[in-house]
Design a protein around this ligand. Sequence first.
Ligand SMILES: Nc1ncnc2c1ncn2[C@@H]1O[C@H](COP(=O)(O)OP(=O)(O)OP(=O)(O)O)[C@@H](O)[C@H]1O
Length: 517
Amino acid sequence: MSMDYRQSSETLLHGEFGVYPSKGIRYALSLTPTGLHIQRLVPKPEDDQRTVLPILDMVGCHTMRSRGSDEIFAYFLIYSYPLKKKKVAMGSTRTRQRLVRTFRVDEASDYEHNQVIAEKWATAIKCLIQGVPISSDTEISPTLQPKPRRLMLLLNPCGGRGNALQQCHTHILPIITEADISYNLIQTERQNHARELVQSINLEEWDGIVVISGDGLLFEVVNGLMERPDWEDAIKMPVGILPCGSGNALAGAINYNAGFDQAMGSELLLNCILLLCRGTVMPMDLVSVTTCSGARFFSFLSVAWGFISDVDIESEKYRHMGSARFTVGTMVRVASLRTYRGRLSYLPVLDAHRPISRSITLSPNGNLSPLKSHVNGPEDDLLPPLNQPVPKSWVTVEEDFVLVLGIYQTHLGADLFTAPFSCFDDGLIHLFFVKAGISRTALVRLFLAMEKGTHVGIECPYVVHVPVRAFRLEPLTRKGILTVDGERVEYGPIQAQIHQGLSNIISGCDRIRMTSF
Ligand SMILES: Nc1ncnc2c1ncn2[C@@H]1O[C@H](COP(=O)(O)OP(=O)(O)OP(=O)(O)O)[C@@H](O)[C@H]1O
């Protein structure tokens, strides 16, 4: 679907309505692809001021009848969550507040006709919210209504500050009910619970799997889907995230992709709930990561070594602080800065389309190569086995590193805008490395600038960024921490290749291309 129809200001529906409770007030309503224009008619206002309820702030629309059986009026209710400024002790902050507008359809002299009109408005509004294309020529009838969606919600009660269940009951469930989304809510009981669960679900029963947690639980879901014999179909199941963890990188990326201002905490959560209610789906790259024992993971976020993985894992002890744990962890690690010797090889983007020869799947002793771990998932056609040299077209650097990071989302945390140029399905791994020799001040400056994404403009000879399709990292320092999507993996040589658009993410955004789930 193209974006054009949303940008147009054509009037799709127009009508005059009362409100509830009545009080004689009347409004003229015009529905355009981007908003509901509301003009008061009675009592007549002094100026011609109109208010606009943006479609982007709406989550759903229901019709209703009043209790009395002789009541001829029908009503439609629009649920929206506009951003409002809120005063706090240190100034002001923004928050989304629930706003329900109820309009009374009283044009006809019988309920049935008024109900048809109310349904027509509700249908049109729901279509616009969910990105179903309609124009002024569209015959708007209930058959146009997007089908109700069924979501599997997986909630980690231990994620972040441990308040996911409370957030779920306060914000998530009431809003998705207004959006006509039906759901099964499952609380994970232990590590790997979600991973096992998604291995045996009937894909036909669900329109999406949404984690209410940090990025760690989605990592389990993605890998559980890839472990299924029908992984090719399973990984197409739209996945989503409602941020209730301490590492909310993917939520940060979804929020940015939708054009919202960078947000944290409940503002980020509410933005993501709104986008989930819209429900549009985009392809998302996955990176296949192979570790030294031959284990293979599918990653949607990052591979990290050195400073970043140290902070991530060492700050686990400050989990009660929520996302502030990373700030504290960063300060501690800057104070005792470490460097790691390693060999980093990568396939720069220019050479990326040439797959390596199939013959290298046999190791020198004739045994089957590490592709033994290649049970499911697409072939890593750019990667030789870990025990064989990288192709000559690759670039290799041997250095003392402060950090190495392969990232394929814009954000490394909700407030870490690490790769501003990244897109969900650009087929790129953004490889960053910071070499030893960088001063502590420059490193701190780099991370502070990362909050706004301005670090990419900073000239620093110790910081390198290369877009690649595949890379291999061979640590030469004996001890260290390697993470994939923030989860610790075995330490040793590791390699990765991008698989463009392998999965589907519920991004809720129609900025780029999309389909509905
Ligand atoms: N009930 C549970 N008890 C303990 N651990 C769990 C439970 N459910 C899920 N987990 C594990 O918790 C880990 C972290 O979850 P999640 O990402 O949701 O939270 P988080 O606070 O953002 O953590 P992190 O940033 O460390 O990933 C996941 O790896 C998951 O396997």
